[in-house]
Design a protein around this ligand. Structure first.
Ligand SMILES: *[C@@H]1O[C@H](CO)[C@@H](O)[C@H](O)[C@H]1NC(C)=O
Length: 234
């Protein structure tokens, strides 16, 4: 468009330029008509150029709008991502707060000398009455069970000592209603132990169950014990 405008100006100037006036002094009306025709042609060209320009502007505007909308959508997506990460961080913070879980308990509340638990006609949950350590309070000595406060990997170990061999001493570690591992012996005051690592969900319970017709023994030196630790949350 610039080119045609300059061209039109040249034409207008040219028609009154001194050199032309000197060299070819054309008669009056024809001169004007020729100039008018040229101007008309230029105007038509100018109009066409303007329409083109307008179309270009419209195109550019549409393109910019589309670009802005795209960037808006991208920003929206990034916001969603940030929110998601915030939620993740909150979850991790929460997990950190309940990361310290460790307990150890032994069978007898106190007293001196051997005491025997059992035999019972059915499998019976052992109540570890002496709570030595209970960080995080996940072991409840009233309900006799350990309850996982956080999803994670836990390690448990349990030690038993039996009687004079008249009965076996067997203690099963139970997760919810699943029998996991057994510690068992039948010697003259024999000992047995076992350990296990478990992935627990929040609220899973773990406890030790004395087998039916079995006997465990303990005394002040504490031989029959149950311990558990959270290794790491997941
Ligand atoms: C079991 O351990 C106790 C000591 O903790 C020991 O007096 C006893 O002899 C052990 N039993 C056997 C069969 O080794």
């Amino acid at each position: 468009m610039k080119i045609s405008v300059s061209f039109t100006l040249l034409l207008l100037l040219g028609s009154v330029s001194p050199s032309e006036n000197v060299e070819s002094q054309q008669p009056f009306p024809q001169d004007i008509y020729a100039a008018l025709r040229k101007m008309t042609a230029s105007l038509v060209q100018l109009k066409a150029d303007m329409m083109l320009l307008q179309r270009e502007i419209t195109d550019i505007t549409l393109h910019l709008k589309a670009e802005v909308n795209k960037q808006k959508a991208e920003i929206g997506q990034q916001k969603t991502e940030v929110d998601k990460q915030k939620t993740e961080v909150d979850k991790l913070k929460q997990q950190l707060n309940v990361r310290q879980v460790a307990f150890s308990a032994s069978l007898l509340a106190g007293g001196k000398g051997n005491k025997y638990i059992g035999p019972f006609r059915t499998d019976t949950t052992l109540i570890y009455k002496h709570v030595q350590t209970n960080i995080g309070n996940a072991y409840n000595s009233n309900t006799r069970v350990f309850t996982a406060p956080v999803r994670g990997v836990y390690h448990f170990e349990w030690f038993i000592t039996g009687n004079n061999g008249a009965h076996a001493a067997g203690a099963m570690l139970v997760k919810n209603s699943e029998n996991v591992f057994m510690a068992w012996e039948k010697l003259n005051y024999g000992n047995a132990s076992n350990g296990v690592t478990l992935l627990l969900e929040v609220g899973d319970i773990v406890f030790v169950r004395l087998s039916a017709d079995n006997v465990v023994r303990d005394k002040e030196s504490k031989h029959t014990t149950f311990s558990g630790h959270l290794l790491f949350p997941m």
